[in-house]
Write a protein that binds this ligand. Sequence first.
Ligand SMILES: CC(C)(COP(=O)(O)OP(=O)(O)OC[C@H]1O[C@@H](n2cnc3c(N)ncnc32)[C@H](O)[C@@H]1OP(=O)(O)O)[C@@H](O)C(=O)NCCC(=O)NCCS
Length: 183
Amino acid sequence: MTPGFAEWSDAPQRARIERLKLHDARPLDAPRVNEIQVAAGRTEVNLERLIADADRHLLVAECDGRVLGWAAIHYLSRSDGLAGRGHYLAGVTVDPPERRRGVGLALTRARLDWIWERADIAWYFVNAQNTVSIALHENLGFELVGTSAGVHGADFSGGLGLIFRAERPHAPENPPAKAKVPR
Ligand SMILES: CC(C)(COP(=O)(O)OP(=O)(O)OC[C@H]1O[C@@H](n2cnc3c(N)ncnc32)[C@H](O)[C@@H]1OP(=O)(O)O)[C@@H](O)C(=O)NCCC(=O)NCCS
């Protein structure tokens, strides 16, 4: 298993966390976010700096005051090959003991809603070996744009990156007006 990636499991989902609350990340969440990063085998982050960056938007998910996961959106003002300019889902990590309980999906849906309030397109790229992340995003409207050895400075550890984009879902159309019968 690649360090930092969750292990694929064919086991069914676990009981959903009912009292899950999502809110913007705050500097005081930094120690817990980095505890999760370490537990997940991922690099620690400077949360205060990320929060202060106007091109990023960070969310945490908590239950009864305990942060269980966090996620980021990053606005990239330039395209890079097939990967366009725009809002990217830029990482989501859930505390390993709390996985498969809907936290990652909730953080991802909330990030997409945030993007849809501002843009028509959402972007996401991922290491092709991160099958769990790909499954998480599968039913959220993403379509594969292409592959790349590196995109927007991301390191795919000698592997391949997959670039996805999704379009804002259309509001259900108004029912067509009834045609008047000419008299
Ligand atoms: C990817 C990650 C955020 C998913 O978080 P999670 O809270 O466990 O995900 P959810 O419970 O919301 O799962 C949503 C769906 O993703 C898929 N999924 C999640 N974990 C899976 C696993 N271990 N094996 C197979 N499918 C999985 C399933 O389709 C799942 O739906 P289901 O439970 O109804 O079957 C988590 O595994 C993680 O932190 N991984 C390490 C960091 C990482 O790789 N982040 C993404 C790239 S930046």
